[in-house]
Design a protein around this ligand. Structure first.
Ligand code: PLP
Length: 387
């Protein structure tokens, strides 16, 4: 059976060119980048080149603004905890949104247990953060605003430039989690005006377990991992050279291919979305019609549990998800769809389709063909469905 992967917001396959760029560092170029001898210098060169490529992807002129980390989650932790610790003498208030990834939400919850106060901003029915609520939430104790660039569950693109302006006007640091935006939207840190921005390699056809945090020149963060002098004393630990080289290659490819890929993937996404919404009754799109990632479609199938649809599609070789890969397996309804005010019955029956560059029209047409009889069968078994 042909396998069809439509879960790219969970992770992406490693691009063969990325793997090729990583392999030398798993073989002959195995040196420790901190070593002075040639083995070390060659590893360091690999990291330097990758740093340049990651900086170019987000329009950062100064390569030293890029700190490599062990994941997007670590980048978020570093930004939020690092800023909180560095600025705690100035204030103890943080503003975030109610639809963040758990990498930010649970970091904020941790800080709440340690004396910080956190405001979780509401979103509208499309998942867009309320800017008037943001302005009202600011106090003279606010030290950090952290709001994601694009949401992983339904793809909403947040007004980052406006939020950055509000933060700057109030002399508050601004971090954005751009893990899902990267590679699907042009990201330019100077144009956006952000102070910190989180990235993760495995969402752009790079390896898992490598992330980066952009830290604008002059912004001081307290490290969260202590040890040696790596990453200019900002993140201790011998660098994952192969992973970082893979990140660099993935960033280079994303920058080069993004314009064509965005158009291609958006075309497939619209074909899928229209096909489903037109052929299956009681289906609803969750998220903004336009201010949304080109690859993401979150659709509710009323009267059903998303998990049962996933299992049935899986038996046909089709991989989709209910939302965040981190919350699947939990029976909690999505905090994102709940924050958007979506009815719990529709939240339960939601599916996330997230497409990638290797998907084809054939994948889409296959889903459009296979899904209606699955939905019909499951609805016949559902006590909620009255026909
Ligand atoms: N932030 C967002 C918006 C994400 O979607 C993810 C992963 O799904 C992360 C952070 C965490 O990144 P990582 O898997 O590299 O830890």
């Amino acid at each position: 059976m042909k396998k069809r992967y439509l879960d790219h917001n969970a992770t992406t396959p490693v691009d063969p060119l990325v793997l090729e760029a990583m392999l030398p560092y798993c073989k002959g170029l195995f040196g420790n980048a901190s070593s002075v001898h040639e083995f070390g210098r060659l590893a360091r060169k690999g990291i330097d080149e990758a740093r340049q490529k990651a900086a170019s992807l987000i329009g950062a002129n100064d390569v030293d603004t890029i700190v490599f980390t062990g994941s997007g989650t670590e980048s978020d932790n570093f930004a939020v905890k690092g800023a909180a610790e560095a600025l705690k003498s100035k204030g103890n208030h943080i503003i975030t949104s109610s639809i963040e990834h758990h990498a930010v939400l649970n970091t904020c919850k941790f800080l709440e247990k340690n004396g910080f106060k956190v405001t979780y901003l509401p979103v509208d029915k499309f998942g867009i953060v309320d800017l008037s609520a943001l302005k009202k939430a600011i106090t003279d104790k606010t030290i950090l605003i952290t709001i994601m660039y694009a949401n992983n569950e339904m793809g909403a693109i947040e007004p980052i430039q406006e939020i950055a302006r509000i933060a700057t006007d109030n002399n508050i640091l601004f971090h954005t989690d751009a893990v899902q935006a990267m590679g699907k939207l042009p990201v330019d840190v100077s144009r956006l005006g952000v102070d910190m921005l989180s990235l993760s390699a495995h969402k752009i056809y790079g390896p898992k377990g490598v992330g980066a945090l952009y830290v604008k020149k002059g912004v001081k963060l307290t490290p969260i991992i202590h040890g040696g002098h790596h990453e200019k004393n900002r993140r201790a630990g011998t660098e994952n050279v192969a992973g970082i080289a893979g990140f660099g290659k993935a960033a280079e490819l994303a920058l080069k291919n993004m314009p064509q890929e965005i158009e291609y993937i958006r075309g497939l996404r619209d074909r899928l979305e229209n096909g489903i919404l037109e052929s299956i009754k009681h289906t609803y799109l969750n998220g903004h019609p336009d201010k949304r990632l080109c690859n993401t479609s979150n659709i509710s199938f009323e009267f059903l549990e998303g998990e049962s649809i996933i299992l049935n599609l899986d038996m046909e070789g089709i991989a989709v998800s209910t939302g965040s890969a981190c919350t699947s397996g939990s029976l909690e309804p999505s905090h994102v769809l709940t924050a958007m005010g979506i009815d719990p019955v529709r939240t339960q029956g939601s599916l996330r389709f997230s497409l990638g560059k290797d998907n084809t029209e054939d994948d889409i047409d296959c889903v459009i063909k296979i899904l209606p009889p699955i939905i019909e069968k499951l609805r016949r078994m559902s006590p909620l469905y009255k026909g």
